[in-house]
Design a protein around this ligand. Structure first.
Ligand code: ADP
Ligand code: MG
Length: 227
């Protein structure tokens, strides 16, 4: 199915024991699209993101990636898909004993690339992310916003098809949060990279013209944004 949507959740439900977190959700994310997952704490945002990575299997329904049902994939097929995803967390998960350069290089080290190639790619992404001059710094020498930029660089360096950002601005002060958010939007616009961003900040969503899936009491509703 070459003309299938990039990501399509078809009637997906997820329960943890008796706790039904997501009820019959239909979600479609087109290639190169940007969408929010908006919901308060415990609404099920991280659960939905992990169903897209294949870490969590829905109780009901199907998760299609380019027309293929991920719930039927083997471990190695899922692992290959995950290598195409850049995941950004609320808290940056940087290694304190590694420099900015070394943290960003991590996803490339599992690929068999030459030192020279790794250096090229890491330096290029650090420039894109505005940290070209901080490559030798250690995480503790950076501001919260800079650390989250490094996380974003690490998520981007292996050239992912998809960025899943799980409340990436939640621990940042408003101006820094806006900076990181604008960076995500520009990566989506100029880099054509597909982005799904979970957030509980409806004010942020409201300020943009971008579409959102709003999760409440297990129901997922679509808001198409302002055109
Ligand atoms: N592994 C798990 N086992 C049992 N309950 C879970 C598990 N993960 C999440 N939950 C529950 O599912 C609900 C949604 O969690 P989550 O997807 O993390 O929400 P959000 O990311 O929107 O804060 C919460 O009530 C949470 O306690
Ligand atoms: Mg969460």
């Amino acid at each position: 199915m070459s003309n299938a949507p990039f990501i399509y959740l078809n009637g997906v439900s997820k329960a943890y024991g008796n706790n039904v977190v997501i009820k019959h959700a239909d979600i479609m994310i087109p290639k190169s699209g940007f969408a929010f997952l908006l919901g308060s704490t415990g609404a099920g945002k991280s659960t939905l993101l992990k169903m897209i990575t294949g870490e969590i299997k829905p109780t009901r329904g199907q998760v299609y990636i380019k027309g293929q049902d991920i719930t039927k994939w083997s471990k190695s097929q899922k692992a290959a898909w995950r290598r195409k995803i850049g995941y950004v967390f609320q808290e940056d998960r940087l290694l304190d004993y590694k420099t900015v350069f070394e943290n960003v290089a991590l996803p490339l080290e599992i690929q068999e690339l030459s030192r020279k190639k790794i250096k090229e790619k890491v330096n290029a992404i650090l420039r894109v992310i505005g940290l070209g001059n901080r490559s030798r710094a250690y995480p503790h020498q950076l501001s919260g916003g800079e650390r989250q930029r490094v996380s974003l660089a690490r998520a981007l360096v292996a050239n992912p098809e998809l960025i899943l950002a799980d409340e990436p601005t939640a621990q940042l002060d408003p101006p820094t949060a806006a900076e990181i958010f604008n960076l995500l939007v520009s990566l989506n616009r100029t880099g054509r990279i597909t982005i799904l961003m979970a957030t509980h900040e409806w004010e942020l969503v409201e300020k943009t013209n971008l579409p959102a899936y709003f999760i409440k009491d297990g129901s997922v509703r679509f808001w198409e944004g302002i055109r």
